[in-house]
Design a binder for this molecule. Structure first.
Ligand SMILES: Cc1cc2nc3c(=O)[nH]c(=O)nc-3n(C[C@H](O)[C@H](O)[C@H](O)COP(=O)(O)OP(=O)(O)OC[C@H]3O[C@@H](n4cnc5c(N)ncnc54)[C@H](O)[C@@H]3O)c2cc1C
Length: 399
């Protein structure tokens, strides 16, 4: 068969190599080279998968968990690791099961995938503008040419980081075939905060905190590290939380600075701190509890002067401090624009795609793989695993 793959990213290259073992495969990419987004993954180191089992993967899928069940069983994170190691890319596992090439170079992953596609025709700088079905054949249109194919695989990615080539074209192609598109939104993206103090603490990292959210009345908590930026929160737990905030009508956010301590334990700790520093300023005790740059904001919210002596802090003020440490509210101001999302949530409606083969249920011979589908995961290598598993399922179905 003569197969077209639109998009030479993670999913397109993975599928192309397998398919070229038994078919004629042409990969089109609008860029001057394949894998432009792969190049910047994992800050240039490419967190290629997660060293977890299937259950671990599924727990990190934000949307599309049920759909991914079959694909992840057919091509597991272990299969991804074996694939790259067999291609000569030595891998290492870091904190949280994140798998990287030992070289810390995403280019090694791209080289392995490109080598995997050595029997594919790769047409670079060739942006596909339209796909039409003409009887049993597909007509694929670029600016100056029309190609005929028996099968077409859409692997155009999402809509975030458009400079890497993923500009949402796959959604337009899918819509032309009658597919419903779940509204694309940025995910794994900074969460904008209205509070004025945010700009004063730009760049401040927080460790071992719990970010709590009430999302349309439903609670969600994430523990770990985050970061304040000029007008937003970012870093691992904030980015992960953003994936749950999109599409919500009401989002309430707060931080627990002492998640390991109950209010009672925190009170005992404060009493100890206060008693050993009775003649010092309130700010001195605060500095022992929170990062220095947040002291003014805490004092402001508590309406207690930073210079007030610890021995004159009232019981009510101490109780208010405990509440604030456990529940420091942040005023949600939406998410950054989709362009800055690490992934796109939303995409081709999964109800209209066969989860075993990735084939469209509306147009026989048309397939969707990778981020163009309405599947998104948390950080940790799970999004690339999604691209690889959907690619493999599609390819093996066609072989
Ligand atoms: C900054 C950043 C860091 C990331 N880090 C990680 C990480 O470490 N680990 C992880 O698991 N995930 C990471 N991701 C997410 C991951 O990169 C994506 O989920 C993954 O690349 C999706 O693969 P894909 O093949 O579906 O799409 P893409 O990799 O986006 O590939 C789509 C390809 O299609 C081409 N294309 C689009 N439209 C057309 C058209 N009309 N004609 C021809 N070609 C077209 C594009 O040029 C592109 O090459 C990161 C994302 C970003 C933005």
């Amino acid at each position: 068969m003569n197969i077209a793959i639109i998009g030479g990213g993670a999913a397109g290259l993975m599928a192309g190599g397998f398919l070229s073992e038994s078919h004629e495969v042409t990969i089109f990419d609008s860029n001057e080279k394949c894998g432009k987004k792969l190049y910047i993954t994992g800050k240039g180191r490419c967190n290629v998968t997660n060293n977890c089992d299937i259950k671990g993967y599924l727990e990190n899928v934000v949307s599309g968990e049920k759909f991914m069940m079959s694909a992840i069983n057919r091509f597991t994170p272990q299969d991804t690791m074996n694939f790259f190691e067999e291609k000569g890319v030595a891998l290492k596992t870091e904190r949280g099961g994140r798998v990287f090439p030992v070289s810390d170079k995403s280019s090694d992953i791209i080289k392995a995938l490109t080598h995997h596609c050595k029997h594919c025709k790769i047409k670079l700088n060739e942006k596909i503008e339209e796909i039409k079905k003409d009887g049993e054949l597909f007509k694929v249109f670029s600016k100056n040419k029309v190609y005929n194919f028996d099968r077409v695989i859409i692997a155009t990615g999402g809509k975030s980081y458009p400079a890497t080539g993923s500009m949402g074209d796959g959604y337009k192609f899918a819509e032309k075939f009658g597919h419903k598109i779940i509204k694309p939104r940025g995910a794994l993206i900074p969460i904008k905060i209205k509070d004025k103090f945010c700009s004063d603490v730009e760049g401040l990292p927080l460790k071992n905190v719990t970010l709590k959210a009430v999302l349309d009345g439903k609670g969600k908590q994430l523990f770990g590290e985050m970061l304040f930026t000029y007008d937003a929160i970012s870093g691992p737990i904030a980015l992960s939380m953003s994936s749950y905030c999109g599409g919500m009508n009401k989002v309430e956010l707060s931080l627990d600075f002492k998640p390991a301590l109950s209010e009672g334990q925190l009170e005992a700790r404060l009493l100890r701190d206060f008693n050993s520093n009775l003649n010092r300023n309130f700010s001195y005790v605060l500095k022992g509890l929170i990062p220095h740059r947040l002291v003014s904001e805490f004092a402001r919210r508590l309406k207690v002067s930073e210079e007030k002596k610890v021995n004159s802090i009232t019981k009510e003020e101490r109780q208010a401090l405990i509440k604030l440490l456990k529940n420091f509210t942040l005023e949600y101001n939406g998410l950054y624009p989709i362009e800055s999302g690490i992934v796109t949530s939303g995409g081709v409606d999964l109800k209209e795609v066969n989860p075993k083969s990735m084939e469209s249920k509306l147009a026989a011979g048309l397939y969707f793989i990778g981020e163009v589908l309405d599947v998104d995961c948390l950080t940790g290598g799970y999004n690339l695993q999604t691209a690889f598993s959907t690619a493999y399922s599609c390819a093996t179905n066609l072989i």
